[in-house]
Design a protein around this ligand. Structure first.
Ligand code: EPU
Length: 336
């Protein structure tokens, strides 16, 4: 077990921000995590648990960062309808998706190519193209950082919402997720409700639906719109799509007939990317930070941007969307 000092986090966050950790270590099991936490040197400092670093903006140096490297994918159970698959939190999410697709286990094909690790997926209830991890989530094992005990949490314990869970709220900073168990379908329920998927499947010439084809369609759409973090630093959608009440939606729709919105329970979810574009930000660049030219919801680091510069740009965007639409955008990325 190595604890590194003054360690650059640049390769460990997809935004490519060169923040430093005063102490940095990685762990590949709960026992290793326990061992690291018992080091006297760091006693009393709350660790920041890092997964794939794909949903984080570092705006300052960090004290104590522990990278989750717990690996392993296994089928733990099966019944007539379902397969239960347990993945170590440090597994790369997309590799888990590919593994399930190869085995014909259905339910996460719409979530192909989402950057990040399996353990982080339930934290923000990852979602895309009409699906969310909560649709197939069964349970997870989590390590309580203070009590140093392992607990199992089930669906009802996680308070999943749109890009939300108990781990972003009540339990923030308290647990390291060790593993995630998904309950996947033996018989697929194809989800092509999201308009772009149907169009892409058609363009691909797909006649018979399969989870493989849906996954490929999602990969094609994502690759055409979202910047590859290996080439341009980013953390996917920077903001959430805001939800507003019916009267606010009607008022906005009257004023802006092009407004893009989707009904969500008794509210309306507005396409934040569209609003940001209407404010003139799409493709905007200011030094090393900017707004992606093909998807205005994504802020990018073109070079050696500092987290604070990205954050400042996000504040300007919030202000202009608030001025034009009277809606306050909420950040989707975690700011640390
Ligand atoms: N749009 C614009 N201009 C833009 C961006 C979008 O007009 O610059 C319009 C699009 O034309 C479309 C609508 O807004 O009509 C929605 O756009 P898109 O389908 O690209 O999805 P999104 O709402 O911008 C959300 C998720 C993405 C997810 C996609 C697909 C959030 C915050 N983001 O984006 O998730 O991949 O839907 O399901 O909910 C992420 O969370 O990091 C992420 C990338």
């Amino acid at each position: 077990m190595n604890i590194y000092k003054d360690f650059s986090l640049k390769p460990y966050n997809t935004f490519g921000i060169d923040a430093y950790a005063k102490y940095f270590a990685s762990f590949a099991s709960a026992d290793e995590l326990k061992e690291i936490l018992s080091e006297k040197e760091n006693a009393g400092i709350s660790p920041f648990i890092l997964g794939g670093g794909s949903n984080i903006l570092f705006t300052k140096n960090q004290e104590y960062v522990l990278k989750n490297e717990i690996k392993g994918i296994e089928k733990t159970d099966e019944d007539a309808e379902y397969i239960y698959v347990k993945a170590g939190a440090g597994e790369i999410w997309h590799q888990l998706v590919m593994y399930c697709i190869e085995n014909n286990w259905a339910g996460i094909e719409n979530l192909s190519l989402i950057p990040g690790n399996a353990g982080a997926a339930p934290m923000q209830n990852i979602g895309a193209y009409g699906a969310e991890i909560r649709d197939v989530f069964y349970s997870l094992e989590a390590f309580h950082l203070k009590e140093k005990t392992v607990t199992s949490l089930y669906h009802n314990d996680c308070a999943f919402g749109y890009r939300e869970s108990v781990f972003k709220n009540k339990y923030k900073g308290q647990f390291a997720i060790l593993s995630v168990t998904l309950r996947l379908n033996k018989k697929p329920h194809y989800n092509t409700s999201y308009g772009a998927i149907g169009k892409e499947l058609e363009a691909m010439g797909v006649r018979e639906l399969s989870i493989q084809a849906i996954s490929q369609a999602v990969i094609n759409i994502r690759s055409s719109k979202l910047p590859d973090p290996k080439k341009i630093g980013n953390a996917g959608s920077f903001f959430k799509n805001p939800e507003v009440a019916l009267d606010k939606y009607e008022q906005l729709k009257g004023k802006f007939p092009g407004l893009i919105a989707y009904p969500a329970d008794d509210k309306y979810k507005l396409a934040a990317g569209w609003m940001i574009e209407q404010c003139g930000w799409k493709g905007y660049r200011e030094g090393t930070v900017g707004v992606h030219a093909r998807q205005a919801l994504v802020l990018v680091n073109y070079g050696n941007a500092q987290g604070k510069e990205v954050y400042r740009l996000s504040e300007k965007i919030q202000r202009s969307v608030l001025d034009k639409f009277g809606v306050m955008l909420e950040r989707e990325v975690n700011v640390a």
